[in-house]
Design a protein around this ligand. Structure first.
Ligand SMILES: [Fe+2]
Ligand SMILES: [Fe+2]
Length: 135
């Protein structure tokens, strides 16, 4: 399956956030390598649990930095994170219900969501953090 290749354009200019993004991408790429393991609900839920641990930590830090530095439209960004988390719950439920298309759809969703979120939505705060001297 298609993987996410980290390029310099993915960098949001804050070291720890970049590190977390790289870690999340790595987990997604590992999942993309073995879509077959997703045929069992238990495997889907444990893979998502592992990913969710990294993701929750990341969302928390990102939102904290935005808040601490007085980012304008503060409520907008976390909303996107919440929509993502809801979607993951849907996938988990879908897997529990035995839907056959979960693996492909899930990996597709993760790949697209994270690429788009980092490159377009997270990228909106890059200049802001730079101006604030957050590195
Ligand atoms: Fe974000
Ligand atoms: Fe992010």
């Amino acid at each position: 399956m298609k993987k996410i290749i980290w390029e310099d354009e993915f960098s949001v200019g804050v070291e720890e956030l970049d590190r977390q993004h790289k870690q999340i991408i790595e987990v997604i790429n590992t999942l993309a390598d073995k879509p077959r393991m997703f045929r069992r609900f238990q495997n889907v839920s444990s893979a998502l649990m592992e990913l969710t641990n990294y993701v929750s930590e990341h969302f928390l830090l990102e939102e904290k930095l935005l808040q601490e530095n007085g980012y304008p439209n503060l409520l907008e960004h976390p909303k996107k994170h919440t929509l993502y988390s809801n979607k993951i719950v849907d996938f988990c439920q879908g897997s529990l219900d035995g839907k056959r298309d979960v693996p492909t759809e899930l990996i597709d969703f993760l790949t697209h969501w994270w690429t788009n979120h980092i490159l377009h939505e997270d990228m909106q705060y890059k200049a802001f953090f730079k101006e604030k001297g957050v590195k």
